[in-house]
Design a protein around this ligand. Structure first.
Ligand code: PMP
Length: 391
């Protein structure tokens, strides 16, 4: 069976990680994979998470299955944090299902859509997260791409975005990053989100919103504003939520699928169908990460401690962003207007290779950097290296 199996090409970002680990130069800098690092370059466990784990250790009496839909209280608390006062949520016109990370949520949302409408296509703006297209193709959806980002100006190509909506067929899915676009960091204005919502409604196209970075730009609730704007206008939407970044729970695989449906009955049907699909994918989601989030969000003191930590993370990222934007590197000023963990440098492939070979600085071959990999100890060296390879 496997004799002639040829493995797929290595994911470029995984390859960057492999090269980074194999490099034994002491001052190496990792700007590859999208995890938040503190000012000392480490991924740390948030204090609110540690306290929540301590409480769980004391109170947990068993480790039974949580059921295919996961922890309902976790789902409600997370949904209310992201979408407070949303009519569709209050009226139970949303199906909520706990998933293994944002990846699980995205996969489950696509499975649900493909089950109902196998001929739907997924319209995807490029560049995007490397998992978006392959996951859709795995569930049998055809992908259509358009240019989302204009590298020359460093902003969203909004004309191309609207043209892609106009070209879509009713029932197609349209992928959107709810905030903190990966890899570009480029943002839409509230007016543009409004125009996009109206265009999607007119075209009868269903958005699938990837909300993997809520909390990393302006705040957990604030970063879901665009998603709320879409759900208020559109009768149906699929939302893939990750707690990996906002709670620093990367390894705990914590996420949620939310489906906005036209009625309570339809939301219920979506939930039951998603649960039966989840049963064939992972049976039950892992409990620990969701239990941590539930413990934090159901306790006012822990919640405010977590929000304060998230705020400090954002403040650090904003500081790094400001230093990059003011660095004088060609096109750097646009980085100030972007948000989240990422920025695209306009370096040639040769320059990116020179950064790695001569300066031990690792980034995606596309020029995407995770700005959280920069800190007071390494940013000057990074900027000097960029200047050297750019000439
Ligand atoms: N969407 C995007 C845009 C991402 O960058 C990521 C994580 N890198 C995910 C989804 C998946 O997140 P998780 O680790 O929670 O599966």
């Amino acid at each position: 069976m496997f004799e002639n199996l040829s493995p797929p090409p290595a994911d470029s970002l995984m390859e960057v990680g492999r090269l980074f680990r194999a490099d034994n130069r002491e001052a190496k800098i990792d700007l590859g994979v999208g995890t938040y690092r503190n000012g000392e370059g480490r991924i740390e466990v948030m204090a609110a998470v540690k306290e929540s784990e301590r409480r769980l250790l004391e109170t947990q009496t068993g480790k039974g299955y949580v059921g295919p839909g996961g922890d309902a209280l976790f789902c409600d608390l997370l949904a209310n944090t992201l979408f407070p006062e949303l009519g569709a949520l209050a009226e139970r016109q949303m199906a909520l299902v706990q998933t293994p990370g944002g990846t699980g949520a995205y996969r489950l949302g696509l499975e649900l859509a493909a089950l109902r409408f196998p001929s739907a296509r997924l319209i995807v703006g490029t560049p995007t997260w490397p998992n978006h297209i392959p996951t859709a193709e795995r569930v049998g959806l055809r992908c259509v791409t358009y240019r989302h980002y204009d590298p020359a100006s460093g902003v969203v190509d909004f004309g191309a975005l609207l043209a892609a909506v106009a070209d879509a067929r009713p029932g197609d899915l349209f992928l959107l990053h709810g905030c903190c676009h990966n890899p570009t960091g480029a943002v839409l204005s509230p007016q543009q989100w409004g125009a996009l919502a109206a265009a999607l409604l007119a075209a009868r196209v269903v958005p699938i919103i990837d909300l993997a970075y809520a909390g990393m730009a302006s705040g957990m609730t604030a970063d879901a504003q665009a998603t709320r704007q879409l759900i208020e206008v559109l009768p149906e939407a699929i939302i893939a939520i990750s707690c990996s970044k906002s709670f620093g729970l990367y390894s705990e695989r914590t996420g949620m699928l939310a489906v906005r449906a036209t009625s309570t009955a339809s939301a219920d049907a979506c939930r039951q169908t998603a649960e039966s699909l989840a049963r064939t994918l992972w049976s039950n989601p892992p409990d620990h990460g969701a239990a941590i989030v539930r413990t934090i969000l159901s306790d006012a003191d822990l919640s405010s401690a977590w929000r304060a930590e998230l705020h400090a993370m954002r403040k650090r990222l904003a500081g790094v962003r400001a230093l990059l934007a003011g660095s004088g590197y060609p096109g750097a000023d646009r980085i100030a207007a972007q948000e989240g963990l990422f920025a695209m440098l306009t370096l040639s492939p040769m320059a990116i290779e020179a950064m790695r070979e001569h300066h031990a600085i690792y980034m995606d071959p596309s020029g995407r950097i995770n700005i959280a990999g920069l800190n007071d100890h390494n940013i000057d060296r990074f900027l000097a290296a960029v200047r050297t390879v750019s000439v």
